[in-house]
Design a protein around this ligand. Structure first.
Ligand code: HEC
Length: 137
């Protein structure tokens, strides 16, 4: 390298550092963090299983588990996908709301409603290990 090239490299590096362009680094975490996160996740799955038999989700006494025992026939690994009932590419949460509004005759949940999050944790956990197959029918 000529001294001119070296000067250029040093200058460019200095500019990059000053403008804050650096490698992105993940936050550090401890084994206590991991344990806490696993426990929180397990609790969500457990609550989700309970929501699957919660008659208060709808108005007619019907529950998710009647048609989807152990979250059967929910296929979380295929989302997002085109859903005929909705006429568009939809997320699984939208299909959950479809079933709440139709077979259960209830009101749609907000996407960040704890029960919505918990049901997705439960459904997806039941299909753990399944290969992702977005769009599949
Ligand atoms: C009376 C039976 C019935 C009940 C009760 C019911 N579902 Fe469904 N569910 C269906 C049918 C039928 C479909 C449509 C399957 C299809 O063609 O995609 C479906 C589809 C779904 C899908 C998408 C499945 C896929 O293959 O893409 C999800 C997720 C789902 N239901 C979740 C729920 C949840 C959560 C509840 C409770 C809130 C619930 N369902 C209640 C019958 C039911």
């Amino acid at each position: 390298m000529t001294s001119k090239t070296v000067t250029m490299v040093v200058l460019i590096t200095a500019v990059l550092l000053m403008t804050g362009i650096q490698a992105v680094q993940a936050d550090e975490y401890t084994s206590a963090d991991l344990e806490l996160w696993q426990n929180e996740y397990d609790a969500a799955v457990k609550r989700g299983r309970q929501v699957f038999t919660d008659q208060k989700l709808g108005t007619n006494g019907v529950v998710c588990a009647q048609c989807h025992p152990n979250a059967a026939n929910t296929h979380p690994e295929t989302y997002p996908k085109y859903q005929k009932q909705l006429g568009k590419v939809a997320t699984m949460a939208e299909m959950i709301n479809f079933c709440i509004m139709n077979p259960l005759e209830g009101s749609a949940l907000a996407l960040d409603d704890q029960r919505m999050v918990d049901m997705q944790a439960y459904i997806t956990n039941e299909r753990k290990g399944e290969s992702l197959a977005p769009g599949k029918h």
